[in-house]
Design a binder for this molecule. Structure first.
Ligand SMILES: C[S@@+](CC[C@H](N)C(=O)[O-])C[C@H]1O[C@@H](n2cnc3c(N)ncnc32)[C@H](O)[C@@H]1O
Length: 188
């Protein structure tokens, strides 16, 4: 079993978190870096928010629920991150930030937040949908197409654990398979 780096071992979990296997591809495919300004929703336990904040210039993360924002606040403090702003709010109603580089969406009905994500993003900025079910992917991609996002790209990250032994080197019988589909797109 993979032992997460120290940073993740410090973090508390409330609602289902985005795991490092998916966080990695989100960072790589959006090109998040020390100049990036990001909007994230829902905050949940803040695993994606703190991962982005640990490499980006600034992260604003929204959630509807005070109790989840409280968990995320503890995780933010555990890592000493000062560039992460936690906000109470419904992203299907409003995203205040403008001209941002990246918007990440992990919430039920996230396609309903795409109009606001589109307004918040700068041209060529990236949006990411983290979507557990295929039906959600269809709705999300259809909404992206209506808003004329380009480079719409959907993946699933499967990590296979490999047993390395003197005899019988092979993948393990079990492992972490499906977590969610990830949809990436850019604002035209
Ligand atoms: C699965 S959790 C997010 C986990 C988070 N990405 C992480 O890595 O820890 C989904 C969150 O979305 C929040 N949420 C649901 N609808 C929302 C909305 N319209 N605006 C903001 N947050 C919302 C929920 O309260 C919940 O905390």
């Amino acid at each position: 079993m993979f032992i997460y780096p120290k940073m993740y071992r410090k973090l508390k979990r409330g609602p289902q978190v985005i795991l490092p296997k998916d966080i990695g591809i989100i960072i790589a495919y959006t090109g998040a870096n020390k100049q990036s300004v990001c909007v994230d929703a829902g905050t949940g336990s803040g695993w994606l928010a703190v991962s982005l904040a640990s490499i980006a210039h600034k992260v604003y993360s929204y959630d509807l629920r005070e109790d989840f924002l409280e968990i995320a606040k503890k995780n933010k403090e555990a890592l000493g991150l000062e560039n992460l702003t936690l906000k109470k709010g419904d992203v299907t109603k409003k995203i205040t930030e403008k001209n941002v580089d990246i918007v990440t969406l992990d919430l039920p009905g996230s396609e309903k937040a795409l109009k606001n994500a589109h307004k918040a993003l700068k041209k060529d900025g990236s949006v990411v949908g983290y979507l557990p079910n295929a039906e959600q992917v269809k709705k999300f991609v259809s909404a992206l197409n209506k808003l004329k996002f380009y480079d719409v790209y959907t993946v699933e990250v499967i990590v296979r654990d490999i047993l390395v032994r003197k005899e019988g080197m092979r993948p393990t019988n079990t492992g972490l398979w499906h977590t969610a589909y990830l949809v990436f797109a850019r604002k035209a």
